[in-house]
Design a protein around this ligand. Sequence first.
Ligand code: SF4
Length: 499
Amino acid sequence: MNYDVIVDCYTDEPSGLGVPPFLSVHSRYIAGTLEDNKRKYYYLTIDDLRFNAGETHDVASYNKRILNVTKNKNDVRNILANAENIYIVMGCFVKYEYVSAEPPSFVEVEELMKEYNCNKLLFYSLGGNELTRENIRKTVPQGLFSDIIFGNTYNYFIGEKNNKFTPNYDRLRTIAISSSSILNQLSRPLVIEVETAIGCNRKPGCTFCIEGMRGLPLQFREIEDIVAEIKSLYDKGALYFRLGRQPNFYAYKNCNPNAIEKLFQRIWEECPNIKTLHIDNVSPHNVNTLEGVKITEIIAKYTTAGNIAPFGVESFDPKIRELCNLNGSLDDIHESINMINKYGKERGENGLPKLLPGINIIYGLDGQSNKTLDYNLTNFRKMLDSGSWVRRVFVRKLTSPYGEQFDKYTKDKLEEFEYWNCKIRKEFTIPMLKKVFPVGLVIKDLRMEMFRNGDSILRQMATCPVRVVIKNTELKLDDFYNVRIIGYIGDRTLLGEVL
Ligand code: SF4
């Protein structure tokens, strides 16, 4: 038949998220190229395939493996059986327990796809060199995919087959606009991830980073191209956006505050009723500067409350910072945290601080010793003592550039990693959570996202949203609620009551 199918198996990259409730650029830009070429396509998620295979929900819990079905869920077999090409999109950097989605393994993809004999291409969002290809070839079931494609998905369709990662922002201009057609096939609201740039503005970069491996020069999309993309999605009903696909938002147009302000102004002029406009990925060395101060003020002013600037701190151990060429000094990091607090700590209409920093830490970097955790904890304590707030801490293991599913860790390392997590959680994340979300605080516009063991789990449609559990109640999926905080369940989970 004369159509293709995109099967979204979800992506989670160092810069760019595409696990529900987020929609990645990868599937969307395939949709955009097909639409541009007047080629009919269907968009399916892995959840559609599981639903088609007979998976069901439980009485006391939703099955998150089938929660993100599309409008095509009842016609999956027919759609796949008659497709000319199937484009499978996947690549998750870490093995993470997502609230309401579950990315598949290669084995599961094989199980669900093996009966369909058409041309099946894997678009893999991580890695990007021949080593990645070799590793994936060794891991994925033989013969399942006719080819594995890396880099920008749209490059494959516009004939740039040897130019996988270099963006073609001229061609992307129309592709990005056409990509909004994908929304016609979605059945639930998503946060749309938007790309603003590619490449790192530090040379040489951090030793472990995927951007360095890809070696791309820094390139920016034009303001009007980004605005036109968001407008086309907004016109089709999208209300939640994150400018998250770039290694460092502050680097946009070479750290140009005027350009960043213009970008936000134009987005609001064209799309005045957007409900979420957030960012992701920030290098602290660009925050504690004259331009950085202005950019911080602009982000706090123009984005919606609950925004987070996650810093790739990675480690507070000076030896690691030097060995791995990490960005910014420890003073830069602390001053950047204080500065973001100065402009962003005030609460917005939805009850959340407008803009707060986040901290990313990596376990297993070169130079790590038994002093490293102490360095991290000492600096976390300094943040608590300073009165500044931090919205979320993410501790992850060092992974190979093609994703954690290709890595092996010894039992000792896994135990030590867990110990790190517990210590940081207990000594920093939970005390900080209590400061940012005190008992009695009212938070608005939380979406009912998941029902588990008789409890409802709500989150805002936002970047790194906190979870709020409403005990012994099944609220209506995808409805929005205002809640009051009445307690704490974990390092990122609050107990609430519906108002
Ligand atoms: S600053 Fe470091 S971690 Fe961030 S993109 Fe550049 S090389 Fe990668």
